[in-house]
Ligand binder design. Structure first.
Ligand SMILES: Cc1cc2nc3c(=O)[nH]c(=O)nc-3n(C[C@H](O)[C@H](O)[C@H](O)COP(=O)(O)O)c2cc1C
Length: 457
């Protein structure tokens, strides 16, 4: 039995099983739970073989089928990059005209078909890293301004960005997001989510830390959100609401930096996106310069990291469904966030990789909380969490659901201290190797080699 977060007083979870209706596409979710976007890092990165680079594989098919079979109302994919030269990291999947291939189209279509067969809505998150592109991928990435990243909380090097011209905002950003969205629609996805949080390119437009522009994309909150509205309208022109295609957005509620997005600015931006017709707005927070995935004193009892910020933003959202992601671990916290009107939906990130059927168990009354990893992997260590979650998704992807006796077969139990200690040893070696290779100018990417047979990068 995996270790779980303790719940002193169990609650009635029926509210979590209620459906939600997206206002524009009119699609209906089977419950209020959403599996948050988690990058998989399982695609090949082959800059010299464009047909191959960023191609998903059977592991993607298997893991997304399992999350859908595990009960989530909405399953978000990990961020899919709209541009091969602006990756969040090597290993990302990529969809753009210059890296297309029949194989890529076939695998994405299979991800959609297999996921939908279990009743969950499969929604692809799409993104562009902008100045948060690693230097090894591109030392001079396109960004909103020339403002480079300062000291970051991720162990990666970043280059000096190039400020896009007004024309390039259309050709390098708007057109590319529209292309990727249409591709995913053609592949059979239920919708897409624009990643406008965590300091990536679309968040760079929204934040005064990075947006120093004097054209129509800079200045007021409305100007800074303009690029997102243009992408939305461009997608809707090709894929109208009557198709039932869902368009959502992930937005920071706060950035905890001097010039970073403040909650009163997020209120205006959320209002603008709501008016445009977005089906859902998922609230999050933080950037590479200031991670925010930690419990603060003010939100300790609420679990949700961005509770107090969401509370300020939500009243201004009249139509879109609101999801809140970050920190939710127990049914009482999820239920009270909904009853308090702070959110309508609950996003689950890290715990989703240990237990793919958390939602089925929760709604069937079998559990009241997510698993709790060993204390050797503390929630405050986000870098370890990213590496460990990726190992678990790679393990889950190894076998198809139909071949498994249990949906979580093959996933290492990181709630167990002995397994966690062994994992940390493997992670330490991986980081040492990556650092040594990095000094020689070579990149190590992908998955920590630990109880999975995935070799790459
Ligand atoms: C392995 C890993 C990969 C992630 N990749 C993405 C991503 O591609 N896009 C995104 O919006 N957030 C990403 N996140 C952030 C999560 O979606 C989520 O916002 C965060 O983990 C907080 O939720 P949690 O406390 O439930 O884990 C990632 C997090 C982890 C651990």
């Amino acid at each position: 039995m995996p270790r779980r977060y303790t719940v002193e007083t169990p609650v009635d979870v029926s509210i979590l099983g209620e459906s939600l209706t997206f206002p524009t596409s009119k699609r209906v979710t089977r419950n209020r739970l959403m599996k948050a976007a988690l990058s998989e890092y399982l695609a090949p990165w082959t800059p010299n073989d464009l047909a191959k680079t960023g191609t998903p594989n059977s592991r993607h098919v298997n893991m997304y089928e399992k999350w859908s079979a595990g009960g989530y109302g909405v399953v978000l994919t990990g961020g899919i990059l709209v541009d091969k030269d602006h990756l969040e990291a090597p290993g990302n999947t990529i969809i753009s005209a210059d890296v297309d291939s029949p194989e890529k189209r076939a695998v994405w279509a299979e991800v959609a078909t297999k996921s939908k067969a279990h009743g969950g809505l499969i929604v692809a998150q799409i993104m562009h890293a902008g100045r948060q592109t690693q230097a090894a991928v591109n030392p001079h990435p396109f960004a909103v301004s020339t403002k480079a990243l300062g000291k970051t909380e991720v162990g990666r090097a970043f280059g000096t960005p190039v400020e896009m011209t007004t024309e390039q905002v259309k050709t390098e950003v708007v057109d590319k997001f529209i292309y990727t969205a249409k591709y995913l629609y053609d592949a059979g996805f239920d919708g897409i989510q624009l990643h406008c949080a965590h300091g990536y390119l679309l968040a760079q437009f929204l934040s005064r830390t990075t947006n120093k522009r004097t054209d129509q994309y800079g200045g007021s909150e409305i100007n800074r959100a303009r690029v997102i509205i243009e992408i939305y309208e461009g997608i809707r022109k090709l894929i109208p609401a009557k198709t039932g295609f869902i368009i959502g957005v992930k937005l920071n509620s706060v950035e905890f930096q001097n010039e970073g997005l403040q909650t009163n600015e997020a209120v205006i931006i959320a209002q603008e996106l709501d008016k445009a017709g977005f089906d859902f707005i998922e609230l999050s927070g933080g950037t590479y310069e200031k991670f925010a995935f930690e419990t603060r004193e003010s939100t300790k009892n609420r679990e949700a990291f961005f509770f107090e910020f969401a509370k300020e933003i939500v009243p201004s959202i009249k139509n879109a469904v609101v999801y809140l992601t970050g920190g939710f671990r127990t049914a009482p916290a999820m239920v009270s966030a909904i009853k308090d009107g702070v959110t309508q939906g609950i996003g689950i990130g890290r715990p989703a990789t240990q237990e793919f059927d958390f939602v089925n168990k929760l709604l069937a009354g079998k559990v009241q909380s997510t698993v709790a990893w060993s204390d050797l992997l503390p929630p405050s260590d986000f870098t370890t969490a990213v590496l460990a979650c990726s190992v678990q998704t790679a393990q889950a992807g190894q076998k198809a659901l139909s071949e498994c006796a249990d949906i979580n077969e093959g996933i290492s139990d990181l709630t167990d201290d002995t397994v966690a200690a062994e994992y940390l040893e493997a992670q330490k070696k991986y980081i040492e190797r990556a650092t040594a290779e990095g000094k020689q100018g070579r990149i190590v990417y992908g998955i920590v080699p630990f109880r999975n047979n995935y070799k790459q990068g």
